[in-house]
Write a protein that binds this ligand. Sequence first.
Ligand code: SF4
Length: 291
Amino acid sequence: MKNIEALKSLYKLLSPCELCPLDCRVKRLKKEVGVCNSGLLMKISNALLYKGEEPPLTYKNGSGAIFFSNCSLKCVYCQNYQFSQLRVGKIISVKELASIILDLERKGAANINFITATHYAPQAMASLQLARVNGLKIPAVWNTVGYEKKEVIELLNEFIDIYLPDLRYVNNEDGVKFSFVENYFDITLEALKLMVKSKPIKFDTLGRLKQGVIVRYLVFPNKLDDLKIALKVLKENFDDEIFISVMTQYVPVYKARNYEELGRSLTKEEITEVKKIVKVAKIKHGWVQYG
Ligand code: SF4
């Protein structure tokens, strides 16, 4: 019953829309479209078994990844810009997505991975709930840019088992400059605190992650000092209660070449330096990704 109430509360946030910190308050139930380019109906670009996620999410067959179209952030370097910014994708109903979710489980997915779905949280959780009623057993992952409202996380807690947030910047200024949002760092840190408090790490009897938080940090060229700050912030706030995934595979796509700091991939020397920084930080649970 609690999750039905949570679903109703999520739908209330849809119109006027207050689902993300932008609070643009458009009436999406009346087909108005927000800053995220999203109206009432969900749009996805793909749904498939995906082995590119971190090891505890992938297991043997891969994560059941659902890539949602559109996004409330407008990051100039977005690595998924074709569907996050250029609106590529197809409209899908709650019922159709529930069938896709069950199909991913039948194919052996380790979990259902909602990739950047904040702007469709009510509809996506309605699909998840319908799939649960129809027998879905595997955990649900909320794969997010991190820029989330605490009241939305409280509601998502009724459905989601594993949070997979980014920490994109270590100050608010970079959020304004590269993603055009205010207070990215402050809002995301508060969101992370609530996620960690809500979902302590738990494994199942086979040693697979069934609940917890994995924080991702994408390293930008010329910004290795920010990695040091990010690891310090994460250590100070969460110690060893989270997994940390440091990613070095940045490529300058979309509008990134218009920004001097973001106009290239990491050099070999920078990647070697990343390894050193991570070693010094003594992360207990985590990885460095290279591509
Ligand atoms: S989810 Fe979209 S419509 Fe809703 S507040 Fe955010 S940007 Fe606006």
